[in-house]
Design a binder for this molecule. Structure first.
Ligand code: C2O
Ligand code: CU
Ligand code: CU
Length: 516
């Protein structure tokens, strides 16, 4: 260990001592809650699943298969198409639900450590939300029950255990959760083979095809862990044969820390029809699309004019590494600090390829109006404003000047269920390049972005950010202030908000809010 590593570790251990799990005030401690272990008598489920998290082995690269941790699903009750396994992938099954369904999931933990499952983007009761204090040990099971109240959209599920979210997601624990509803059905969007589900993740492999993770490397924790290969649904740069037809492409960035700046080749339009929380009011034409960890995008793609055998690619375009932020420390980032990814944030990369067949698809016309859901929303300038600084101090990332403690809630983090507030995330930059773009995620309800100010005009990621529609994860670039309007869930309880760079989250860039 050289002197600089030593200083990092030293400062970190002193912080851990100062802000560890004891940093809570008894007055703000919510009542103890235990995982649910028996089904509720009064809850009649339309859909019943068993989801088991366990070690497994899957082929990812040519040659030896890769040891992973993964979710395996089993349908106990409900429509036969509720679970869709992605062949050959380490990802969990795609869970397809409809708005209004009542769902019971039995979660079995066969991992060598404790875990808990979070339904990212869904508005569910406290006991189902996957708070780390509800994690269960190896060999145990628990039950969650919720009604799908979210509108049609692309959601996902992943573990959320204390300080281990990054490691568990990286090992393979994640899956898509797709909600449909009548409003979306009426649009007759491309479906079946014409609906492509694409989960973007980056990974690093050793010579035996096994996953490599940061192993506590301080720089990689502070910057977020980056792989050197991009996988789509657990496959490196896949090529998919498609009809020369309209397609719907649902994207999820389930990477620990990588930000993508996406664009199609062949001058194809980037038509965005939805975000984290379902359809936008109108389609949006984008040159590029910025997708940060945790975020989803729903795109339409018109391949009808392409001759059979044409290849189109989804690429992530080059941007300056500093646009995503980097803990620079006056140039010490490069040397001596351990294995750095050969693919830094901003490196141009090919995500996937589509190759057209001769077959054409059914006629489709892009509707001008996608959704009327926006009509239920209006900006509320009179709402209470809360400023939440994002900062880097004493070698740690802070959220509102604090770090996570299991059941700690500050007075300003106590909110009334169903009330509306404006939360303003202020990304403070520091001299010497200690800054990062933080994708800030709130549990519970989807929110609206009402203002984005500040930051650098030359940040290339800015052009690809879509703030329209309903979101649960918003990227706040260095120097920016992003104001969101959120109406909190009506379910009382303890919920989380945090940075979705999983290393930042695990280092404590996460806080509770208490819904009363
Ligand atoms: Cu996708 Cu609290 O996280
Ligand atoms: Cu979430
Ligand atoms: Cu962060």
């Amino acid at each position: 260990m050289d002197r600089r590593d030593f200083l990092f570790l030293l400062s970190l251990s002193s912080i851990a001592g100062a802000t560890g799990c004891s940093g809570r005030s008894a007055s703000s401690r919510p009542a103890e809650l235990l995982p649910q272990t028996t089904p509720s008598a009064g809850f009649v489920a339309d859909v019943e699943l068993v989801l088991t998290a366990a070690p497994d082995e899957v082929p990812v690269l040519p040659g030896r298969s890769t040891r992973v941790w993964r979710f395996v699903g089993r349908l106990v009750k409900g429509p036969a198409d509720t679970l869709q396994t992605i062949p050959g992938s380490y990802l969990g099954p795609v869970i397809r639900l409809r708005r209004g369904q009542r769902v019971r999931v039995r979660i079995a933990n066969q991992l060598p450590e404790s875990s808990v499952v979070h339904w990212h983007g869904l508005d569910v009761p406290e006991r189902a939300d996957g708070h780390p204090r509800l994690a269960i040990d190896h060999g145990r099971e628990y039950i969650v029950e919720f009604e799908v109240t979210n509108r049609a959209g692309t959601y996902w599920y992943h573990p959320h255990p204390h300080m281990r979210t990054g490691a568990q997601v990286y090992q393979g624990l994640a899956g898509l959760l797709i909600v449909r509803d009548a409003e979306e059905d009426a649009l007759a969007l491309p479906s079946g083979d014409a609906e492509l589900l694409c989960v973007l993740q980056d990974r690093r492999f050793d010579a035996q095809n096994q996953l490599v993770f940061h192993g506590g490397n301080m720089m990689e924790m502070m910057n977020g862990f980056l792989g050197d290969r991009v996988l789509v649904n657990g496959r490196p740069q896949p090529t998919t044969e498609v009809d020369a037809a309209w397609h719907r492409v649902r994207l999820l960035n389930a990477s620990n820390a990588r930000i993508y700046e996406l664009a199609w080749t062949n001058d194809l339009q980037m038509t965005v029809i939805g975000g984290d929380g379902g359809l936008l009011e109108h389609p949006l034409e984008q040159q590029v699309l910025t997708l940060a960890p945790g975020q989803r995008a729903d795109l339409l793609l018109d391949l009808t004019a392409l001759a059979a055998g044409t290849e189109v690619h989804l690429d992530s375009q080059a941007f300056a590494e500093a646009d995503a932020g980097v803990v620079g420390m006056g140039g010490m980032r490069g040397g001596g600090m351990g294995d750095r990814s050969s693919l830094p944030n901003g490196a141009p990369l090919r995500v996937m390829t589509l190759r057209t067949r001769a077959r054409r698809g059914p006629a489709f016309r892009l509707p001008e109006r996608l959704s009327s859901f926006d009509e239920t929303w209006s900006p509320r300038a009179d709402a209470k404003i809360r400023s939440v600084p994002l900062s880097f101090q004493r070698m740690m990332w802070f959220l509102d000047g604090r770090t996570f403690a299991m059941d700690d809630v500050a007075p300003e983090e106590t909110v009334a269920g169903g009330s509306t507030q404006l939360w303003e995330f202020v990304n403070l930059t520091r001299p010497m390049g200690m800054q990062a773009a933080h994708p800030i995620h709130m549990h519970g309800r989807q929110f609206r972005v009402v203002a984005r100010t500040g930051g650098s005009a030359t940040n290339a990621l800015r052009a690809g950010i879509v703030d329209a529609g309903w979101r649960d994860t918003v990227l706040v670039l260095p120097g920016e202030t992003v104001r969101v309007q959120v109406t909190f869930t009506r379910h009382p309880g303890l919920y989380l908000y945090h940075c979705h760079i999983l290393e930042h989250e695990d280092m404590g860039m996460m806080r509770n809010f208490q819904v009363t």
